[in-house]
Design a protein around this ligand. Structure first.
Ligand code: MG
Ligand code: MG
Length: 626
């Protein structure tokens, strides 16, 4: 289907916007009057510029306060429309959006509005133009697409149709199924936007908090399904008013917009296969079966220290790569790799970030299909040829330029380890770590929506509601995304002085800040770790007094928690235990968790205490206590 985006959705001057929109893959733009009022170009030049970028103007907007006016306002509104028709002719725009009136003098009445639209439709037809009527959620008399449709139906003019906007329908909780009754050829244009579920004034919500489909909480897929069921085959256009996007990089916002639109169309056709969705076929989201390995890149100088740290956690170096400076560390079902190559991707990753997680490998049912889906969503593949006789593992670019690899579950079990590694010794001194529970990726706050969309589109990952984590020096937003065996927490730092913010700054961009391993018995694990010389993050005594009172814990349990520096949380489903390592010099740390019953969270309630303890632990000597 023809994809389009409103120019207001992204930042930059008009030329920058066009370049970003064309490069992202869109076919058209909705043009806003403000764009050329602010621009040096004449309307004709703007039209030519748009076409030079291989784009078409799908919509001219907005024309406000038109219908239901008494004289002399009515005549003035028609005169104003005539001026806009001239402008549209210069631009080469064929469809004008008329939004429902907010004019204080406007009178209600479906028939009065319909008569005005019929008259304006005559004027438009004479110029070869069309009109689309959109119900604003806060419209004075018309604020529901069902009423707007009734106006259009009664206007009964071939050049007058309906414009649907998912925000206006879904924000007012109007059932999108009602759209199915509208004839598809009377829907002239469809605008799509999502938004987070926040209770606030509709106008303010719409102007500042809209986001890309899939980034928010509105039922945009159900909306699109209903639209497509009418037989509508016109443009699908993003109209996103968002303060963050207006301050973001045009190229990245346009890329995310295109990705969200492709993913949305794909969701609609998977949810309702009978729909005719004009979109090339590509594989469905992969079900992640396991985190196969996590690779940490470091230098030869720092390798021994990192290896020592893994040893205190109960990992054994069990294998060595056949041709690269890569070692395999194992415990339970967990595989960690330490890479000290001095060329290639891993090394450039080290040069950019220091010691960091450079790759996360996921076992999926079909690795090439997972990569093909990523490419269809505009996610760049990573190409680095494997040496002869070594396994080629498809990879794409993920957070902070790190790699996400897809290990094919159809391949013989352990093929990777048998083909590319030579075994050196068996696992010993394990501390009961069983598998990777979750991976925490930390980034600047304004990157969070982008990465949440990345996982949502690629894997159909579920998103938990965003939570605010209080760092003593500012707020950190945290959102969990989960798909099969992959659980990721995205942490967005707003302030530099937060632990997360300092991490982003010190590691020169987004990266994995902690890896959480599961244990079936955290107290046994804590003892085993202590015997290995593991240094746990020391939690203050005040915390345990509070947690005992808060959850009514038995004093014996509180004592065990305190003795082992284990944090505690619970929800309706079960209990959660957490033990943290001290923060390593490069900012990375490790968490060990035990989930009991069906606890579904990540211990967000404990994060402020954990962060305070981490800051205390890294406080330079002589600094006052806090
Ligand atoms: Mg709209
Ligand atoms: Mg965690």
């Amino acid at each position: 289907m023809k994809t389009s985006i409103a120019t207001v959705s992204i930042s930059g001057n008009f030329r920058e916007k066009l370049e970003a929109i064309a490069k992202a893959g869109f076919a058209g733009i909705e043009i806003f009057e403000q764009d050329f009022i602010a621009s040096d170009y004449a309307p004709r030049e703007i039209g030519a510029l748009v076409r030079d970028h291989g784009l078409e103007i799908t919509l001219f907007q907005p024309f406000r306060d038109f219908e239901g006016l008494p004289e002399p306002y009515r005549s003035r509104a028609f005169a104003r429309a005539a001026r806009k028709f001239d402008l549209m002719a210069d631009l080469g725009a064929e469809l004008m959006l008329v939004c429902s009136t907010l004019h204080p003098a406007a009178m209600g009445g479906i028939d009065r509005a319909a008569a005005d639209f019929h008259a304006l439709g005559e004027m438009a037809a004479a110029r070869g133009l069309r009109l689309g009527y959109e119900a604003l959620a806060w419209g004075r008399h018309v604020n529901d697409h069902r009423d707007a449709w009734e106006v259009v139906r009664r206007a009964d003019h071939a050049h007058v149709g309906l414009i649907l906007d998912s925000f206006h329908t879904l924000a007012r909780k109007i059932d999108p199924e009602t759209i199915r009754r509208i004839p598809g050829d009377k829907i002239f244009f469809v605008q799509l936007a999502d938004a987070p579920a926040i209770e606030m004034d509709l106008l303010y919500w719409s102007r500042h908090f809209r986001n890309m489909p899939g980034e928010g909480d509105l039922a945009v897929t159900a909306f699109l399904q209903a639209v497509l069921a009418t037989g509508y085959a016109g443009p699908l256009s993003l109209e996103i008013f968002n303060d963050q996007f207006r301050a973001g990089l045009p190229r990245l916002v346009a890329r995310d917009g295109y990705r969200s639109l492709v993913d949305l169309m794909d969701r609609a056709r998977r949810a309702e296969p009978a729909l005719a969705v004009d979109l090339p076929d590509f594989p469905p989201p992969a079900a992640v079966q396991a985190v196969e390995f996590i690779e940490i890149v470091t230098s030869t100088d720092q390798q021994a220290e990192l290896a020592g740290f893994l040893a205190t956690l109960g990992f054994t170096q069990t294998a060595q790569h056949i041709s690269k400076a890569v070692t395999r560390w194992q415990q339970g079902a967990i595989n960690l790799l330490i890479n000290t190559e001095d060329t290639g991707f891993a090394h450039s990753s080290y040069v950019a970030h220091g010691t960091t997680v450079s790759e996360i490998a996921l076992r999926v049912p079909d690795a090439l299909a997972a990569k093909a889906r990523a490419q269809a969503l505009g996610i760049a593949p990573h190409l680095e040829p494997a040496a002869p006789n070594e396994l080629t593992i498809p990879a794409i670019r993920g957070v902070g330029g790190s790699l996400l690899r897809f290990v094919d579950a159809k391949a013989p079990l352990n093929q990777l380890w048998q083909q590319d590694f030579t075994t050196t010794r068996p696992i010993s001194k394990a501390a009961g770590l069983t598998q990777i529970d979750h991976i925490a990726q930390t980034m600047a706050y304004d990157e969070m929506l982008s990465w949440s969309l990345f996982y949502h589109a690629l894997f159909d990952a579920r998103k938990a509601p965003m939570v605010d984590v209080v760092d003593p020096d500012g707020l950190v937003r945290s959102q969990a995304v989960e798909t099969g065996a992959l659980k990721i927490t995205l942490n967005g730092a707003e302030a530099r002085r937060t632990l997360a913010g300092r991490f982003v700054e010190d590691s020169f961009g987004s990266a994995v800040q902690h890896i959480a391993f599961g244990s079936d018995d955290i107290f046994a694990t804590a003892s085993a770790l202590a015997a290995n010389g593991f240094q746990a993050l020391s939690i203050g005594a005040n915390y345990y007094d509070d947690v005992e009172a808060r959850f009514g814990l038995a004093p014996e349990l509180t004592e065990r928690l305190r003795a082992a520096n284990v944090l505690y949380d619970e929800d309706a489903g079960g209990q959660f235990f957490q033990l943290y390592s001290q923060t390593r010099p490069e900012g990375l740390f490790v968490e060990i968790v035990q989930r009991q019953g069906n606890y579904t969270g990540y211990g967000a309630a404990n994060a402020p205490f954990r962060i305070a303890a981490q800051k205390r632990a890294t406080r330079p000597a002589g600094m006052p206590r806090f």
